[in-house]
Design a protein around this ligand. Structure first.
Ligand code: SF4
Length: 353
């Protein structure tokens, strides 16, 4: 029987696990599952205590996308029976966001389908961001609009956006198996642009798309290089009418192992239990709260989630508390990682070389 405590100790020291250690997590047995959850819980507890951050999705433009991401119900040629509409008006976006905020969400994620926004799209979203920030100053706004062009991240930041989401989704090696209309490198570049503009980087993955354990580890390591502040872990929702329809390969136990691997790679980063949790984790969702410190409340972009009230009851029943507006998500100690240089050029101390 493997003990995962050394891995937890390593995470508490903020040391990145090795590939072999992560493969051991992903390949661990059902008999070892509770030990694994307990080890990941130690890390979660240390950095995030019992807080659960609630995020609320607003799909500001739904469907009609020219890209072909195989997992997506909004892709080109998708026959999934989803609601389709073009950009919501700023007032509609603000109104939709307010439902999530009133239910306890401290981050609103404004998501638009499409390869990426035009400058006009960014300009039309700006008043919605400004409106939400004016009404709920303690609430974070994250934009998720696809691939960014020069200057767009800066304009979103100027409008008041706090964060930008763009998921890597899978490993670089497998990227062409899940999308042919853009590349892995395009996604990396967009996250970098958002970071440089001062937006908090949010980037995660989708599990259950026929990837191997090694692919998952590759994806986690690629995400690690981006140094995200939040990492959504999605579990594939295999919509009918998309190329991945009928791909049901995840079990609740497998989902917990994937979340634990993410937690060990990102000990002090927000690990978000994202799309697909209800259908794949099912009755084991409360166990996942012992690993992830953040969830989406309510519905997803094109599918319905668990009732918001059931989410809140689940959080309370499992002994967790909802993170309040204005309460920081990331642990303060994390800032110790950034130390101003006090040696080398301009100082009396020798350089670090
Ligand atoms: S994931 Fe985004 S870019 Fe890809 S098909 Fe869906 S909406 Fe379009």
């Amino acid at each position: 029987m493997t003990t995962f405590l050394p891995l937890a100790e390593k995470a508490l020291r903020r040391e990145t696990p090795t590939r072999e250690e992560l493969l051991q997590v992903l390949r661990s047995s059902d008999e070892e599952l509770m030990d694994l959850v307990a080890a990941a819980f130690r890390v979660r507890l240390r950095y995030f205590e019992r807080r659960v951050k609630l995020n609320y999705l607003v799909n500001v433009k739904s469907g009609l996308c020219p890209e072909d991401c195989f997992y997506c119900s909004q892709r080109l040629g998708s026959e999934a029976e989803i609601v389709k509409y073009t950009w919501l008006k700023p007032e509609q976006t603000r109104e939709a966001a307010s439902h999530g905020v009133r239910a306890g969400a401290t981050r609103v994620c404004l998501v638009a389908s499409g390869r990426g926004p035009t400058d006009r799209d960014v300009a039309r979203l700006a008043p919605a961001i400004e409106g939400i920030k004016a009404e709920y100053p303690g609430v974070e706004v994250c934009a998720c609009l696809g691939l960014l062009s020069d200057g767009q991240a800066d304009r979103l930041r100027e409008a008041g956006a706090d964060a930008y989401n763009h998921n890597l989704n899978t490993s670089e090696e497998r990227y062409a198996d899940i999308c042919t209309t853009h590349e892995f490198a395009d996604r990396v570049s967009t996250v970098e642009q958002a970071k440089h503009a001062g937006l908090s980087p949010c980037s995660g993955l989708i599990a259950g798309m026929r990837e191997s354990d090694d692919d998952l580890v590759d994806a986690l390591f690629a995400l690690r290089e981006l140094e995200p502040d939040s990492v959504p872990v999605n579990f594939l929702m295999p919509f009918e009418g998309t190329p991945l329809e009928g791909t049901w390969e995840l079990t609740p136990q497998r989902c917990l192992r994937i979340l634990a691997a993410a937690r060990f790679v990102f000990p002090d980063v927000e690990v978000r239990l994202a799309g697909g949790r209800e259908i794949h984790l099912r009755s084991l969702q409360p166990l996942a709260l012992h690993i992830a410190n953040s969830i989406f409340l309510g519905d997803y972009l094109t599918s319905e989630g668990q009732e918001g009230r059931a989410d809140l009851e689940m959080i309370a029943d499992a002994g967790f508390t909802v993170q309040g507006a204005g309460e920081p998500t990331l642990p303060g100690e994390r800032h110790d990682l950034l130390r101003t240089r006090q040696r080398g050029a301009g100082t009396a101390l020798p350089p670090n070389a």
